[in-house]
Design a binder for this molecule. Structure first.
Ligand code: NDP
Ligand code: MG
Length: 382
């Protein structure tokens, strides 16, 4: 590959900052064309000084002025339209979408429509608009590479294979911090406990999604669209050590797995280097050390979010978007200590039962449904 002209959307987040560490390790492989943040203008300004992108987007307009006064030699833009436009610039080859939530959807679509190579961390894009993204991919010839560790594992296992030979995808889940609690203990869990993930250090939203296991539900929908497989062929399995990142079983009964320490830099660099592999200075597994790799089934009673997500795929074209919007609101309210942990699935379930649309999937209605669901879910939290 020649030098990749890279736009990192959400460069101040957990994935964004790790991606910039990779760029630091391979300065000759990248030119940073654009960096974006929502409100953390201080960190964004530091990143701009270091990487000198041509464009800088701060999506929360409140911080444009102070950012513009702090940085130089970059065009400072603001707003959600600009965030989507930046992904389709002629000067950009590769877009790493590390935004969180529905806010990332339009950038993914815009990058794909413009035929970019898209390294996708923003799983919510595929959850809310998987069919639209798939259509856009077919028409534009863009390339969509998963950053999510499970999907990177699946993608790596599929190298040299025929997609038609997949019998089943086994998507592993750590089970999060509350795997061993019973229902009544779950009523008591605090924000601090939910933010303390046993294996991964991530942004707040996905950490709560991991604690409710909504994350696994979202990832099943993500895998469904990425690998064109019905949900019944995607099986979640609890694997508390997070060493096997996912597996594929083929029609002849053989299974392949991808293994490694839980470290997001590995799937991030793979999405950027593919079809090559590049060196990465990060801890390695010591296979001589005793390791127990254990597996158990998902308890759908304890973690209703997984089923709500899996079922949403067959409940109409907008059901996954309703699920996603209600979940975003519920997680936000939980983080603000306004609702309890066990209220999250209740808000999602009620929203799914109450918000419906008959339209076939399109961007305008998708945005309306997202908005309508948010205000309905907000009303449930009052
Ligand atoms: P973070 O919360 O750490 O970072 C999110 C980034 O998006 C920040 O740069 C943030 O800016 C920006 N942002 C937040 N809200 C908005 C908005 N409304 N409009 C525009 N930009 C916004 O998230 P993560 O890095 O943890 O996750 C990013 C995505 O990657 C998510 O979809 C997540 O599910 C996925 N993912 C993350 C993993 C991880 O290990 N973190 C693992 C697998 C997938 P600011 O800093 O200014 O708030
Ligand atoms: Mg994941």
């Amino acid at each position: 590959l020649s030098i990749q002209k890279l736009a990192i959307l959400g460069s101040t987040g957990s994935i964004g900052t790790q991606a910039l560490d990779i760029v630091r390790q391979h300065p000759d492989k990248f030119e940073i064309v654009a960096l974006t943040a929502h409100s953390n203008w201080e960190l964004l300004a530091e990143q701009v000084n270091e990487f000198q992108p041509r464009y800088t987007v701060i999506s929360d307009e409140e911080h444009v002025e102070v950012l513009s006064d702090t940085v130089s030699d970059t065009e400072v833009l603001s707003g959600s339209t600009e965030l989507a436009d930046i992904a389709s610039l002629d000067e950009v080859d590769t877009v790493l979408n590390a935004l969180v939530g529905f806010a990332g959807f339009e950038s993914t679509l815009s990058a794909i429509n413009a035929g970019k190579k898209v390294a996708l961390a923003n799983k919510e894009s595929l959850v809310v608009g998987g069919a639209l993204i798939k259509n856009a991919l077919q028409q534009s010839g863009a390339q969509l590479l998963p950053v999510d560790s499970e999907h990177s594992a699946m993608f790596q296992c599929l190298t040299g294979e025929n997609r038609k030979d997949i019998e089943k995808i086994i998507i592993t889940a750590s089970g999060g911090p509350f795997r061993e609690l019973n229902r009544s203990e779950m009523q008591e869990v605090t924000v601090e406990q939910a933010l303390d993930h046993p294996n991964w250090n991530m942004g707040a939203k996905i950490t709560i999604d991991s604690a409710t296991m909504m994350n696994k539900g979202l990832e099943i929908i993500e895998a469904h669209w990425l690998f064109d497989l019905p949900v019944k062929q995607i099986e979640p399995v609890i694997h508390p050590q997070s060493i096997i990142h996912s597996m594929i079983t083929f029609v002849d009964g053989s299974s392949k797995a991808q293994l490694g320490l839980p470290d997001m830099k590995v799937p991030i660099i793979y999405a950027l280097s593919y079809p090559e592999r590049w060196t990465l200075d990060t801890p390695r597994m010591d296979w001589k050390e005793a390791q127990n790799l254990t597996f158990e089934p998902v308890d759908y009673e304890k973690f209703p979010c997984v089923k709500l997500a899996m079922d949403s795929i067959t409940e109409g074209p907008y059901a996954p978007a309703v699920l996603n919007a209600a979940n975003e609101v519920a997680v936000d309210r939980f983080l603000k200590r306004e609702i309890g942990y066990i209220d999250i699935p209740k808000i999602v379930e009620k929203s799914l039962a109450n918000i419906q649309s008959k339209d076939s999937l399109n961007v305008e209605t998708l945005k309306e449904i997202d908005k309508e669901t948010r205000s309905y879910a907000e009303s449930l939290t009052k």
